[in-house]
Design a protein around this ligand. Structure first.
Ligand code: PMP
Length: 427
């Protein structure tokens, strides 16, 4: 069976041929490949072609694919059953591990995806404050909950409108949007609506409009603004958690959010999410408190085993230093290749995540990210794919390194990039 044959079959039965939109390669052009297996830094498609993978299942695979320790933990757990519907010991160990690694999280609730985590955190923020409005940032993604699918207009202080049909206006009107890295806009919004806002949710390093780190002092200023106005600060660390540092972006930047959400790495490749924060807030969640949230498969023993094995591996001494150094090797290398080829190009990176932009500018805003040359990115993506390098199939996604990527993988990536940049430039 070829990739094309599978995609033809899939298109008849799955919307767009996929179970999650960006996988379809719609924005970059061409058809997706179907992965048969994955190991370390590589994916192999059903036709036997190998790819150096910088998507890492969209973040979870920080120790590389199919790590023996994670696989063995899963194999071991499976022997005892797949789901119990009662508490299991691994959930307690998971909660102990998360609260130890992320001190702002005193209590935690496990869920099954990042989307569930953010939806639940917002409900908690609303329930705990008695306020209805929330604030998010244009270009930030927090899963597909109705409150988050709100278009980021250039008029950042206006009420949001849904980007997605199906989100009721009554719901979208409660979501206020702000431009990322623009403190003055946040101050103005809070001066006007501060006492109506339940929570402000932010990706502490934006990873869903390509990769945009917060400017110096920005997160701290938001922290102070939230405290001043009784607004709960929610760090969506679904992507950044255990990615940019062991303790997440909050450890990297030294900020204490009220609530945090997690996903991806925490599940080791299984469907897991989590939200947590101060005990006095978390104790308002059912059955300790009245704010309802539940899940048939939450705290699943197999998923907990995978996540725990992953969290064990990333605590190895020097893990994040090495990961950051490799990421730097890649982004510096790509910059040198682009400069050599006369291609307008810049990069961002924090820890093990990075962004590539086809522009001369250093990108720190949504406006800049969307103004970069996406057509050139798409040509570059296809050139890289052809040469066996898999980048995220969109100009608005972050890339991820894993501890399985070697210097040789990076050297091979840079070789591919030299040819792909030349092609991309030629148009
Ligand atoms: N928040 C952030 C920051 C994310 O990057 C994502 C997914 N990429 C989500 C939430 C949603 O997570 P999930 O896809 O597991 O629902």
């Amino acid at each position: 069976m070829t990739n094309h044959e599978l995609f033809e079959r899939a298109l008849k039965l799955l919307p767009g041929g996929v179970n999650s939109p960006v996988r379809a390669f719609k924005s970059v052009g061409g058809e997706p490949f179907f992965t048969a297996r994955a190991d370390g830094a590589y994916l192999w498609d059903v036709e036997g072609k190998r790819y150096i993978d910088y998507v890492g299942s969209w973040g979870p695979m920080i120790v590389g694919h199919n790590h023996p320790k994670v696989r063995e933990a899963v194999e071991h757990a499976v022997r005892d059953g797949l789901s119990f519907g009662t508490p299991c010991p691994a959930e307690v160990v998971m909660a102990e591990t998360i609260t130890r690694l992320v001190p702002s999280v005193e209590m935690v609730r496990m869920v099954n995806s990042g989307t569930e985590a953010t939806m639940s955190a917002i409900r908690l923020a609303r329930g705990a404050t008695g306020r209805s409005k929330i604030v998010k940032f244009e270009g930030c993604y927090h899963g597909h909950g109705d409150s988050f699918l709100v278009k980021a207009g250039s008029g950042a202080l206006t009420f949001g409108v849904p980007t997605s049909p199906g989100v009721p206006a009554a719901n979208a009107d409660l979501t206020l949007t702000l431009p990322y890295n623009d403190l003055a806009a946040a101050q103005t919004l809070f001066a006007k609506h501060g006492d109506e806002i339940a929570g402000l949710i932010i990706e502490p390093v934006a990873g869903n409009m390509n990769c945009i780190p917060p400017q110096e002092g920005y997160l701290q200023a938001l922290r102070e603004l939230c405290t001043q106005h009784g607004v709960l600060l929610i760090f969506d660390e679904v992507m950044t958690g255990f990615r940019v540092a062991l303790g997440g972006a909050q450890a990297h930047y030294g900020i204490k959010p009220d609530l945090s959400t997690f996903g991806k790495i925490i599940g080791g490749g299984m469907p897991v999410g989590a939200y947590g924060g101060r005990s006095e807030l978390m104790e308002q969640i059912a059955p300790a408190g009245p704010i309802y949230q539940a899940g048939t498969l939450s705290g699943n023993p197999v998923a907990m085993a995978a996540g725990l094995a992953m969290l064990e591996l990333i605590q190895a001494p020097g893990f994040y230093e090495t990961l950051a150094a490799r990421t730097r090797l890649l982004t510096d290398g790509l910059q040198a290749v682009a400069d050599g080829e006369g291609v307008p190009f810049s990069t961002n990176r924090v820890g093990g995540m990075f962004g590539l932009f086809f522009t001369h500018e250093r990108v720190s805003s949504y406006a800049q990210a969307t103004a970069a040359d996406t057509a050139m990115f798409n040509r570059f993506f296809r050139g890289m794919l052809e040469r066996g390098v898999f980048l995220a199939p969109s100009a608005f996604e972050a890339g991820f390194l894993s501890s399985a990527h070697t210097d040789e993988d990076i050297a091979a990536t840079l070789d591919a990039a030299r040819a792909a940049m030349r092609e991309a430039r030629a148009g």
